[in-house]
Write a protein that binds this ligand. Structure first.
Ligand code: SF4
Length: 261
């Protein structure tokens, strides 16, 4: 798809999607149905670049999300379907929604009513974890999955392109320590080129810096993965399973649980 790639999700609740890794999952998109809103602008974002704009629908309301979710869960329960996980992801960063905490509360309540065995996961880019209300909300979900793509400032800036200049590796690593033992750190591993400059977080220096950061944060687990779908920057290369496993071994040697996706 490349540069013209645009948002993937055209509703607040999407799925269910069946995958071998996650089982049956429902997604919640707290961003617009026809645009993208994010505090990062990652070169690999499956929803495309921020330059496509925020769309016209605005953010969904807390009540609207709860109504869509309840309708979907009630329907799945009536049909005797199974549900393994409800995941907040979608067209941007879920923690930017002003009612993120309320939506999570509603989701946990509806999960308990319809599918009490299902897990609730949030995929966040970690930009808002310094906000106490956001951090406390993330503490309440089953899988708090936090992005840390590089522990080298220049690489993080080139790859994730944070909107705020105040967002730094040093600050986020410090903030991520709050989730020691509970948070899951997710790292996208790739190499390629953007605007004529190399972007590569697979070098020995990069992996060493990541392992050092993981050791400071002490997450419950680290998840490493590479590109799965087409990316807005077309000159990015997927890193193969074997190489990801070699990187994972280095993380394991540091005494940190890791999975390769
Ligand atoms: S943080 Fe996620 S949604 Fe935001 S630009 Fe990066 S990949 Fe896309």
């Amino acid at each position: 798809m490349g540069k013209d790639q645009t948002v993937l999700f055209h509703s607040s609740v999407f799925g269910p999607i069946h995958s071998r890794r996650l089982g049956t999952s429902l997604g919640i998109n707290l961003m617009p149905d026809d645009g993208k809103v994010c505090s990062f602008d990652c070169l690999y974002c499956e929803a495309g670049y921020n330059a496509q704009g925020g769309g016209t629908t605005g953010l969904p309301t807390r009540e609207g999300v709860a109504a869509q979710l309840e309708a979907k869960l009630a329907d799945m329960a009536a049909k005797g379907e199974n549900l393994d996980v409800i995941t907040f992801s979608g067209n941007g960063e879920p923690t930017l929604h002003p009612d993120f905490d309320g939506v999570v509360d509603d989701t946990l309540r509806l999960r308990d009513r319809y599918f009490p065995q299902a897990k609730v996961s949030v995929l966040t880019n970690s930009t808002r974890i310094g906000d106490e209300r956001v951090a406390r909300t993330l503490d309440r979900v089953d899988n708090n999955i936090l992005k840390l793509d590089s522990a080298v400032e220049a690489t993080m800036r080139a790859l994730d392109r944070p909107v705020s200049k105040e967002f730094t590796v040093e600050r986020v690593v410090e903030q991520l320590k709050r989730f020691s033992g509970t948070g899951i750190i997710q790292t996208m591993i790739l190499r390629g080129e953007h605007d004529g400059k190399t972007v590569d977080n697979t070098t020995p220096e990069e992996i060493e810096a990541l392992v050092k950061a993981y050791k400071e944060i002490k997450p419950r687990e680290v998840m490493i993965y590479s590109i799965d779908r087409s990316t807005p920057e077309e000159k990015l290369q997927k890193v193969g399973r074997e190489e990801l496993e070699t990187i994972a071994d280095k993380v394991r040697e540091a005494g940190i649980a890791v999975q390769v996706n």
